[in-house]
Design a protein around this ligand. Structure first.
Ligand SMILES: Cc1cc2nc3c(=O)[nH]c(=O)nc-3n(C[C@H](O)[C@H](O)[C@H](O)COP(=O)(O)OP(=O)(O)OC[C@H]3O[C@@H](n4cnc5c(N)ncnc54)[C@H](O)[C@@H]3O)c2cc1C
Length: 475
């Protein structure tokens, strides 16, 4: 006779999730599903994180503010459309289907930012998560409870009044904390000769919303990544001249860049800036210069966890948050402290769902982590492999950009999720090629291959069924 395995005794923990963006909502659902008690602290008045557009900006005193925490969380600009296709992004059981025929919705493959907000809002309500979220609640400190042998955490919050002023401070103890506060808010600024002397406007793309304030201006943009190019195309409609600058002209001059420059006479590309002058002159490394009204830094963001006190167990160094086993668990504090949403350039919320599920199952005891020393060794090996491959430290958490296979493997390895369908990978590969070919048209091209078209037919058939389900509509 075969003896049956005894049923697994799963533990239910009292878990605090910090942040109700994509990562926080993904984690909250998985934690609840696994039987944990969940409280999500969110400083803003709604869920959605970056996708909850905020017309306010942090633009005053860019340099004076230095590394001070930003007051406005979202960096979304008004015209933003996704660069990732909705078909490859969604939660495994709550796809990012278009809401055909619903007023105010955007059914396109690459919709506007509001469509993503609506999708997250609907996710939150479809899975009954709204009652777990405490809005207008900012976490100001997370620290280990000194007397606790089981790594409990004291979480201090302030309830933000309607005027944005801090009110009502309180402290609660949780068995575990999941940090899901995002990393597209805190500007990363380069050091440029003369930037302290510059008297005219300078801002980071974090504070860019619409082109109107730059009407008739000469704008110099530092950095020409995806956001830099996107904003330049928005600005050039009203600005007199837009000057993009690049560290490497060779790398910047993709077919997409050549087309942008050929299509728009007021767009220019220069090598990096040599110096900014108090009189408004901007000198470039090749000796040329322009007289500019505004300098905009499209130089990316930095990880920042000002509320988190781990006694040095987790640090941020040149955009490396570490040590983190698989970008999630700090070995010495695992599993009671975890991070969901650290990786960059991954498919989201698709990837965050897996991270959240892993955390939930480790906390319940359904899955085990390796011993602390083994996790540390794995982190060190990962750092060494990246270094050997010539990947700079600041790209530690870029997974898909360096090795997309690692992103696909994660869900199978830690969550037993099915492998991503081939047609979705094919779609992603063709989109990257299209984007490098023409930044202005890639979102509206209709040149899917046969395999992708067949996959899409199945996906849209499932969408038609889902449309009939009544889970509320953000509209
Ligand atoms: C301009 C721009 C364009 C982008 N385009 C794309 C795209 O096309 N495709 C794509 O996949 N990704 C894109 N992204 C990245 C996208 O933002 C992330 O993939 C994803 O939304 C991150 O989700 P998150 O939950 O980790 O962080 P966030 O969305 O930033 O959410 C974090 C939440 O935590 C809250 N929070 C922070 N600190 C505290 C605190 N102390 N107390 C309480 N709450 C706190 C915040 O208010 C926020 O609600 C873009 C980002 C930007 C800025």
């Amino acid at each position: 006779m075969v003896s049956a395995e005894p049923p697994l005794q799963l533990e239910s923990k009292n878990v605090c999730v910090v942040g109700a963006g994509m990562a926080g909502m993904a984690a909250a659902r998985e934690l609840r599903r696994e039987g944990h008690v969940v409280t999500v602290m969110e400083q803003r008045g709604d869920v959605g994180g970056q996708w909850l557009y905020d017309p306010r900006t942090d633009d005053d005193g860019l340099l004076e503010a230095g590394a001070a925490p930003v007051r406005v969380h979202s960096s979304m600009y008004a015209c933003l459309r996704l660069i990732s296709p909705r078909e490859a992004m969604g939660f495994s059981d709550f796809q990012f289907f278009p809401r055909e025929g619903v007023a105010g919705r955007d059914p396109r493959r690459f919709p506007t930012h509001r469509e993503v907000y609506c999708y997250l809002w609907e996710f939150c309500h479809a899975f009954g998560l709204a009652d777990a979220v405490r809005l207008h609640t900012r976490v100001t400190r997370v620290a280990a409870v000194p007397t606790s042998s089981t790594h409990q955490w004291a979480v201090r919050t302030v309830h933000l009044g309607g005027t944005g002023t801090d009110e009502e401070e309180k402290e609660e103890v949780f068995d575990a904390v999941v940090v899901a506060t995002g990393h597209y808010s805190q500007p990363k600024l380069p050091t440029i000769n003369g930037m302290e002397d510059w008297r005219r406007r300078q801002l980071h793309s974090h504070s860019y919303r619409t082109p109107e304030p730059f009407r008739g201006e000469v704008v110099v943009m530092i950095g020409c990544g995806d956001s830099g190019k996107d904003i330049a195309l928005d600005l050039r409609r009203v600005a007199k001249e837009v000057h993009l600058t690049a560290k490497s002209m060779e790398e910047a001059m993709t077919p997409a860049m050549s087309k942008m420059l050929a299509n728009h006479a007021n767009l220019h590309l220069h090598p990096q800036i040599d110096r900014l002058y108090a009189d408004g002159r901007v000198a470039f490394a090749d000796g040329s210069s322009v007289d500019a009204d505004t300098v905009m830094y499209c130089t990316g963001y930095t990880y920042s966890f000002t509320f988190l006190d781990t006694g040095g167990a987790v640090t941020v160094d040149d955009n490396r948050v570490g040590p983190l086993f698989e970008h999630v668990f700090p070995p010495s504090l695992a599993p009671s402290l975890s991070f969901v949403g650290i990786p960059r350039k991954v498919l989201v919320p698709w990837f965050f769902e897996a991270q959240g599920k892993w955390v939930a199952q480790v906390l319940s005891g359904r899955r085990a982590l390796p011993p602390e020393e083994e996790m540390l060794r794995s982190v060190e090996e990962y750092y060494r492999a990246r270094e050997a491959a010539g990947v700079p430290k600041k790209y530690t958490h870029d997974i898909a950009g360096v090795d997309p296979e690692k992103m696909y493997e994660f869900r199978e390895k830690y969550c037993d999720f099915a492998r991503i369908e081939d047609w979705k990978i094919e779609l992603l590969v063709s989109i990257i090629a299209n984007m490098n070919d023409d930044m202005e048209t890639f979102r509206d091209r209709e040149d899917d291959g046969e395999n992708v078209r067949k996959g899409l037919q199945r996906w849209h058939a499932a969408a038609a069924q889902a449309q009939d389900q009544n889970y509320g509509c953000c509209g």
